[in-house]
Design a protein around this ligand. Structure first.
Ligand code: NAP
Length: 256
C-alpha cells in the first residue's frame, strides 16, 4: 500500500496518459498506469517516473475484456490505495472510414472502448468514491465528441455518446462530491503510441516536422498535463465540467 493519494490512468501511452501520470506523480501522487499491450512501453513510462524519485506502478489490462476494468479498480484499491483521481484516456480513433468500410463489429468496438468502458468505471468506482466523500474522474476526448463528420461514424457515435454520459454522471454525482470533467482535445497530439501508429512511421515523422519540433502546432502532452492537474484540484465552488484544448495555430471546430 502507498501512503500517497492514488492517481489511476486507463490508457497510458507515451502521449496524454503517460504525461498526465508523470505530472500527478511529481505532485505527490502514486501514479498507476494501465495500458493494453505494450509491456516495454509501460515499463519505460513507469521507470522514468521512478527515476525522477516519484512513485508509479504499471498494469497491463485490456479494458474491453469482461471484468478487466472492475478487476483493475479492485486491485488498485486493495493493493495500492484509495483512488482519488481516475483518468479515462481511451479513445476509438480508427482513422477515416466510409460507411462501407465501417463494419458492424468496428462500430460496436468504438462504443465498448469509450461509452461502455466509462460506464463500467462509473458503476464500479463512483460508489467507492461516494462512500469516501468524493473523487475525480477526468475523461480525455476529441473533436468528434462535438460534431460528426465523413468517415467518423464509429468514432463520433461512440465518443459523442460518452460526452453525454459525462454530463449525466455529473448531474447525478457532483452533489455526492464526485467531479467529472470532459476534456476534449480539438487537434492532433504528439502521441507516438496512438496517432503515431495510426499514421505509420513516415507520415508521423512528416507531421512532426511540419507541425512539431518547436513549432507548437501539435498538442504537447506534457503541457496539457498541467491543465489536467489543475482541473483535479479546483475548488468545489468552481468546478469545470468541460474544457477544450488546441494549439494557437488551430481554428476551433465550430470555425472550420
Ligand atoms: N492522438 C491524438 O492525436 C488525439 C487527438 C485528439 C484527442 N485524442 C484523445 O486522446 C486520448 C488518448 O491520448 P493519446 O492519443 O495521447 O494516447 P496515449 O496516452 O499515448 O496512449 C493511449 C493508450 O491507450 C491504450 N489502450 C488502447 N486500447 C486499450 C484497451 N482496450 N485497454 C487498455 N488500454 C488501451 C494503448 O495502449 P497500448 O499501446 O499498450 O495498446 C495506448 O498506448 C483519447 O481519448 C483520444 O480520443 C487523441
Amino acid at each position: 500500500m502507498s501512503k500517497k493519494p492514488v492517481f489511476l490512468v486507463l490508457g497510458a501511452g507515451a502521449g496524454i496518459g503517460g504525461n498526465v501520470a508523470k505530472k500527478f506523480a511529481k505532485e505527490g501522487y502514486h501514479a498507476v498506469l494501465a495500458r493494453r499491450s505494450d509491456e516495454d512501453g509501460l515499463n519505460k513510462l513507469v521507470g522514468d517516473i521512478k527515476q525522477g524519485g516519484d512513485e508509479a506502478t504499471g498494469r497491463l489490462v485490456n479494458a474491453i475484456e469482461d471484468g478487466a476494468i472492475e478487476d483493475l479498480i479492485a486491485d488498485v484499491e486493495k493493493n495500492i490505495g484509495p483512488i482519488e483521481v481516475f483518468l479515462f484516456n481511451l479513445g476509438a480513433q480508427f482513422g477515416d472510414r466510409t460507411l462501407e468500410e465501417t463494419p458492424l463489429k468496428l462500430f460496436e468496438m468504438g462504443w465498448r472502448l469509450t461509452s461502455l468502458a466509462l460506464f463500467r468505471v462509473a458503476k464500479t468506482l463512483a460508489p467507492i468514491m461516494e462512500a469516501r466523500g468524493g473523487g475525480k474522474i477526468l475523461v480525455t476526448s476529441a473533436t468528434s465528441a462535438m460534431r460528426g463528420n465523413a468517415g467518423q461514424h464509429a468514432h463520433a457515435a461512440a465518443i459523442g455518446g460518452r460526452r453525454l454520459l459525462c454530463q449525466s454522471l455529473n448531474a447525478e454525482l457532483s452533489v455526492k462530491g464526485i467531479h467529472i470533467c470532459h476534456i476534449y482535445i480539438d487537434a492532433p497530439i504528439e502521441a507516438p503510441d496512438t496517432i503515431g501508429k495510426l499514421l505509420g512511421p513516415e507520415l508521423y515523422q512528416k507531421l512532426l516536422e511540419e507541425r512539431g519540433n518547436g513549432k507548437d502546432m501539435l498538442v504537447i502532452p506534457e503541457k496539457v498535463a498541467e491543465t489536467y492537474y489543475h482541473i483535479a484540484h479546483q475548488h468545489r465552488s468552481a468546478w469545470t465540467s468541460e474544457v477544450d484544448i488546441r494549439p494557437y495555430s488551430e481554428q476551433p471546430w465550430w470555425n472550420n
